[in-house]
Design a protein around this ligand. Structure first.
Ligand code: PAN
Ligand code: ZN
Length: 188
């Protein structure tokens, strides 16, 4: 791909980018193993017609050192049992790479952890930026009734490493119970 300047149009409400180079779609069935209540996820897949969980639209940028990947994502509202819809979460393969999330719509939480056992949580809301430093795995969680739409920028060669997250998850789970958002400590 040649390195020439370009512009793209985005729909900041739905969280879409026109003519994306990549369009990642994750449905409920792609999230097996991630939620505490596997039966509730199975029920959602069967009776809810395997609903959309989240989408990520990436701009046409080479995954090369020196480039910045730009994407927009939309995480749907909903719950699996009591647990709020969330992304899989990942480390960057190149650990020294950070990421900026600018929230454009909705409400949520960003869960972050390091391989050394540190954990952090930041709120996400329209107009709020969350900075994910190098070495921190990150997962976004939609705690509200609308799609959680974010604009993200990170080094284009960073790569995604789902590492231990698929097995161990994060030290906290986010649930909505009786209308309240609660953070539950998990036994890692
Ligand atoms: C984001 C994420 C996006 C999807 O663009 O890739 O929110 O999350 P998962 O990759 O964990 O499924 C990002 O953090 N990129 O580096
Ligand atoms: Zn990332």
């Amino acid at each position: 791909m040649p390195h020439i300047p370009f512009g793209v149009d985005m729909d900041l409400l739905s969280g879409a980018l026109h003519n994306p180079a990549h369009h990642l779609v994750r449905k409920a069935s792609d999230m097996r193993g991630y939620y505490a209540d596997a039966n509730a996820l199975d029920a959602l897949i069967r009776t809810g017609n395997d609903p959309l969980h989240y989408e990520v639209f990436e701009a046409p940028i080479p995954r090369e050192s020196g480039d910045l990947m730009v994407c927009i994502s939309a995480l749907q509202p909903g719950r699996v049992g009591e647990e709020c819809f969330m992304t899989k979460g990942h480390y960057h393969t190149i650990a020294r790479t950070a990421e900026v999330y600018l929230c454009l719509r909705g409400e949520g939480l960003m869960l972050m952890k390091t391989a050394g056992g540190d954990c952090a949580v930041e709120t996400m809301a329209r107009g709020r930026m969350v900075y994910v430093p190098p070495g921190w795995a990150h997962r976004s969680v939609n705690t509200g009734p609308e799609p959680l739409v974010c604009f993200c920028v990170y080094p284009a060669d960073a790569g995604h490493n789902y590492g231990d997250i698929e097995v161990q998850g994060f030290p906290k789970r986010v649930i909505r119970k009786n209308g309240d958002i609660q953070l539950l400590e998990t036994a890692l």
